[in-house]
Design a binder for this molecule. Structure first.
Ligand code: FAD
Length: 317
């Protein structure tokens, strides 16, 4: 079922969902199931599975280093299929512009259609670790909006090589990213919202936000989006702080602010067990306020670990 249908069917009840990351290649998928199992009691209607950018690895070859490009966490679509069938839940693969040609993206979308996957999260992807700026693959998309267009075309039976008369067209519901504290490359929040609107105008059906720790940022973002005629559901993304290092890492990677009260509480912790507890309590307070404000879904970034997400869900749902 589509995310938008889940939201309509919920009758204004806030839904619980979360995002997982594929295991590093060579690891057992059971580890992933072990982290999903404890969260299923909260009945997520859908689970997102991220896609990682490819990266360079260096292989020692007789004393010389051979530079090779590889994706360390492959398997997004396979994991979506396995979770969908194991738990009978909708799964949403994150599909990236970065690292894929349009042709490869088309094959991936066709696979998703055959697997009965109804939703796609359409993203540009970040620059590779070694790059300063995002560079598309040769024959790939430059912006998430281009990917939205390709998916909408496929929904109409328009493939890259021709329009195919078909009685079995895909009908993907499309999610896109939104940034309450603006995307790091955008010159202003207004400019970023303009491009978000462009994605919606091209056919995106809902937005999931970047993590934020101050609900005011989310509420202001939603208001600004509505003022710009963006009327699709805007799902807040919540990440609990789990280690002291997050205080520096999260602002550096995601260009987000952390409220001073949260910084003070984390800095006062004697160890990461205490930090985890502070992170859980903060996320519960954030979630309760968002739920009271009637958000359609609370979407949690699990980063592959479920214990803190379970503790939050117990406090909220
Ligand atoms: P876009 O919408 O293309 O925007 C990128 C930048 O370009 C923005 O600054 C925007 O304002 C600007 N822009 C957009 N269109 C135009 C245009 N036509 N002309 C000029 N400027 C334009 N990354 C991963 O690698 N894997 C994941 O699984 C993943 N999941 C994510 C899930 C969520 C909910 C979020 C919020 C982010 C996720 N990301 C993921 C990170 C995302 O890929 C990065 O933030 C990336 O830098 C931007 O992606 P986007 O889809 O927002 O890009």
């Amino acid at each position: 079922m589509k995310v938008t249908e889940h939201i309509i069917n919920s009758n204004n009840k806030t839904l619980f969902s979360f995002e997982i990351i594929p295991p590093v290649k060579g690891r057992n998928i059971q580890e992933l199931y072990d982290n999903i199992d404890p969260l299923m009691e909260f009945k997520p209607p859908f689970i997102d599975v991220t896609t990682s950018r490819e990266e360079y690895v260096y292989i020692d070859k007789d004393g010389l280093l051979d530079k090779r490009l590889t994706r360390m966490r492959p398997g997004t679509v396979g994991i979506c299929a396995s979770i969908k069938h194991k738990y009978n839940v909708d799964t949403i693969p994150h599909v990236l512009c970065g690292g894929f040609t349009k042709e490869e993206t088309e094959y991936l979308l066709v696979d998703c259609h055959y697997l009965g996957i109804d939703n796609i999260m359409a993203l540009r992807g970040d620059a590779m670790k070694e790059e300063k700026y995002f560079t598309p693959s040769e024959g790939g998309h430059l912006f998430a909006s281009d990917l939205v267009e390709q998916i909408k075309d496929l929904n109409k039976g328009k493939y890259l090589h021709e329009v195919i008369e078909s009685d079995d067209c895909a009908d993907f519901c499309i999610g896109v990213a939104g940034y309450p504290e603006k995307h790091m490359e955008a010159p202003s929040l207004h400019s970023d919202l303009k491009w978000l609107k462009h994605k919606i105008d091209l056919g995106a059906d809902y937005v999931v936000t970047q993590m934020f720790f101050d609900n005011k940022k989310y509420f202001e973002f939603v208001e600004a989006a509505r003022n710009m005629d963006i009327h699709v559901p805007i799902i807040p993304g919540i990440k609990p702080i789990a280690i002291k290092k997050h205080l520096h890492l999260l602002p550096q990677v995601f260009r987000i602010d952390i409220p001073q009260d949260l910084i003070d509480a984390v800095e006062a912790c004697k160890n990461n067990k205490e930090v985890r507890q502070v992170g859980i309590e903060w996320a519960i307070e954030q979630s309760k306020e968002l739920k009271a404000a009637g958000v359609p879904v609370l979407h949690y970034y699990s980063m592959g670990k479920s214990t803190n997400i379970k503790a939050i869900a117990e406090g909220v749902f």
